[in-house]
Design a protein around this ligand. Structure first.
Ligand code: PGA
Ligand code: ZN
Length: 398
């Protein structure tokens, strides 16, 4: 029995310079750490995170006394903390608090089993890809930022390159090359996810600029386009504000159909607000060769994901661990979605830390894709470098 001997929470900074928590769990002299990111365009149905001071106090006063002496088993600890929290949205202990314990505990277990984190995690997933030597992962790099993630710039929040090279190494380096090349169009600031921020609000120009670079580099087969519209942020209860226009859901749908004819868009996240399943369903039916992906719509929530699948509203889901608050629930949703043929995209948040847990998670579950910003900030580069480390580690086992 590997009993938990200590649990600590402390305050660190995230990539926006805002305080967040880092959690440490110790068992048998082995320590596991995790730090928790924070979203800015937060879905209204996400689990609730608490200010760091409250989270740390909850760890010290409530959680530590309850779990010290218990076995370091994240599934059992998750169950216990969900019960102790007692709310639907984890607002009592805090989704960030519980997730910190959960991830740190999983790291302790991996270390005690002398396994790499991705290797340890893979046992919990039913997908077959964990046995594959090659990592079959599409890289979504958010290279132009707008919406809530930028001062100025377009209304659409994220312009992605969707990269599938010969292998993961090629995908990452190719993406980074395209990102650097894009600087000739946008010389100004970068946004919260490291993407370039145009000085003007033109929602189409970033797509034209990216398409031009892809054509110049002759990488059309490997690099396609994607958008996270984060449409809930543009919705006033009736219409969507896009540039100078106020669009009805129907007009927005037609805009997407025109856009997808003009550009090679293969990924569209949150094209409508978080309550409008119906528009998602119609768009999914009408658009060709493009994944329709839920983020604010599904919020890594089992029932919401189930509903979106039943309504045939989505072909992919974004999974963000801090939207739900435990690793166990993240695993359940991924297994459920994959069984239903829904593509899984593991994602960071716009206020990140150097913790690269999601890189291991994406490989372990055989995710379709990973979204972790532009290769511009240390917090994002940490994830890309961890993916490369896993790639090289797996390759050396050949
Ligand atoms: P957030 O945005 O981390 O600011 O919530 C990311 C997203 O919408 O995918
Ligand atoms: Zn999103």
């Amino acid at each position: 029995m590997d009993k938990i001997s200590n649990v600590r929470g402390r305050k660190i900074l995230n990539s926006r310079g805002i305080p967040t928590i880092e959690v440490e769990v110790e068992a048998k002299g082995v320590r596991g750490r995790a730090s928790i990111p924070e979203g800015k365009s937060v879905g209204k149905y996400e689990a609730v995170s608490l200010p760091p001071e409250e989270a740390i106090e909850n760890i010290r006063e409530k959680i530590a006394p309850a779990i010290i002496g218990k076995e370091a088993n994240f599934k059992e600890i998750d169950r216990e903390l969900i019960k102790m929290d007692g709310t639907e949205n984890k607002s009592n202990l805090g989704a960030n608090t519980i997730l910190g314990i959960s991830l740190a505990c999983a790291r302790v277990q991996a270390k005690l089993e002398k396994k790499s984190l991705f290797d340890f995690l893979s046992q919990f997933f039913s997908s077959e890809s964990e046995d594959k030597k090659e990592i079959d992962l599409t890289v979504l790099m958010n290279i132009v930022n707008g919406g809530m993630h930028a001062f100025g710039g377009p209304d659409i929040q994220e312009y992605h390159i969707v990269i599938k090279g010969e292998n993961l190494e090629e995908s990452i380096f190719l993406g980074a090359e395209i990102y650097r090349e894009m600087r000739k169009f946008f010389k100004g600031n970068i946004g919260d996810e490291g993407g370039l921020v145009p000085r003007f609000n033109d929602n189409q120009f970033p797509l034209e600029a990216i398409s031009r670079v892809i054509a110049e580099k002759q990488v059309r087969k490997k690099v396609r386009l994607g958008l996270d519209v984060a449409a809930s942020q543009l919705f006033d209860g009736e219409k969507y504000k896009l540039g100078q226009a106020l669009l009805s859901p129907q007009a927005l749908l037609e805009f997407y159909l025109r856009l997808s004819k003009k550009f090679d868009i293969v990924y569209l996240e949150d094209p409508f607000c978080e309550d409008d399943y119906n528009s998602f369903t119609i768009l999914k039916e009408k658009i060709e060769g493009c994944l329709i992906v839920g983020d604010d719509l599904t919020v890594t929530h089992f029932e919401k994901t189930k509903k979106a699948i039943e309504e045939e509203a989505i072909s992919g889901i974004v999974v963000k661990p801090n939207q739900v608050g435990t690793l166990s629930e993240v695993i359940d949703i991924i297994n459920f979605a994959q069984k239903k043929g829904i593509k899984v995209i593991i994602s960071h948040r716009s206020g990140e830390t150097n913790d690269s847990f999601i890189a291991d998670l994406a490989v372990a579950c055989g995710a379709w894709g990973i979204k972790t910003g532009a290769p511009a900030r240390g917090e994002e580069v940490a994830k890309y470098n961890r993916l490369l480390e896993i790639y090289y580690e797996k390759k050396s086992q050949d």
